[in-house]
Design a protein around this ligand. Sequence first.
Ligand code: LLP
Length: 418
Amino acid sequence: MHGFYHQNGELWCEGLPVREIAEEIPTPFYLYSYRLIKNNYLAYKEGFREINPLICYACKANPNLAILKILANLGAGADVLSRGELLRALKAEIPTSKIVFNGNGKKKEEILYGLENDILMFNVDSRQELVLLNELAGKIGVKARIALRVNPDLDPQTHPYLATAFSKSKFGIDLKSAEDGYEFAVTLPHIEIIGVHVHLGSQITKVSPYVECLEKLLGFLVRLKEKGFNLEYVNLGGGLGIVYLDETPPMPQELAKALGPFFSQVEAKLIIEPGRSIVGKAGILVTKVLYLKEGGVKNFIVVDAGMNDFIRPTLYGGYHRITPLVQNEDGEITADIVGPICEEGDFLGRDRTIPRPQPGDYLAVMDAGAYGAAMSSNYNSRPLLIEIMVVNDRSYIIRKGQSLEEMVNREIIPEVLY
Ligand code: LLP
């Protein structure tokens, strides 16, 4: 068995009962399945076999070095958004020829870091960024390979915070201006145009927005070709959704099938940047029950993980299944499962009916591998969590917990305050 599954009344990760890990590691902690990450990546590789894209894992979903290393070993590239993400990709030995740099707000130092490392390309989000990139490339005597990020103006049918392709979105350049953008880019001596980038949004559960996007892109690329631009790469961003509750997202091979006809018309190499669909289901958050509060208008299960550790429920109303590590026979309880943070928005699940836990019992917040640890913070001065990975039925620490001292020792009280 791989990934997370129930067996003999317990939740398992690969060949280990998660309880065994929870009895050794202080909660809360994130736990990942190596094999599931690998299999999710291979599902892309296999599903897209005929198109043979460059798969650039979107580091933002989960940038842990061990996760990047698994993907590097499998031949993946990386989509990075900051110097920090680029540093991580380099440390994991992802070849620079497979790294794309995204983002609408790249700073000078970030661009220089990418140029110095000779990454495959920058996905440029504005004309001013293009000018800066040209200037910096000129200064250090290199050519910057670029794609323009275009905004196709369509509805990817996802949460508003995750939809990035509406015309009012802050991302990308509208198709008309992008044509002008390419004509401008070709006049810049330190810029080499090699592609086009588009990213529709995240947690997309249908193929149709991708197809609509490609239809729009096809006309655009034909017009560019007529003007003499022959783009080597078409980068279709990430975005494929996963099942949190009852969604029915397409599998990679279904997406590949829908994209096939487009790529038989356009001679370009496809780049995809999946994040969530590689790591989302391969991680859980393990937390311990502290208290049960019953008898009021609502019941509450108070646990030791909060919105600082895992913010998706609070920020997006994200639904994550919550399940005890060990099933007991104490009947059921319907309750809000809440953390210790001093905010009413601090919850992991609302109105959940689960087997009644006792203080000290463990719960797992499922499907937390993407945008979980990656978005955690020190709010309420709570240290960042430990991350564990099960590899071949053994568990390994892949990030140490942050000590209280590490959390505060970068702060300085100026002499004058003494
Ligand atoms: N490429 C670009 C340019 C992106 O902006 C993103 C995600 C991806 C690829 C990866 O998309 P994915 O395959 O993971 O859907 N924090 C939110 C998700 C934000 C997504 C940001 N961009 C959440 O927890 O749902």
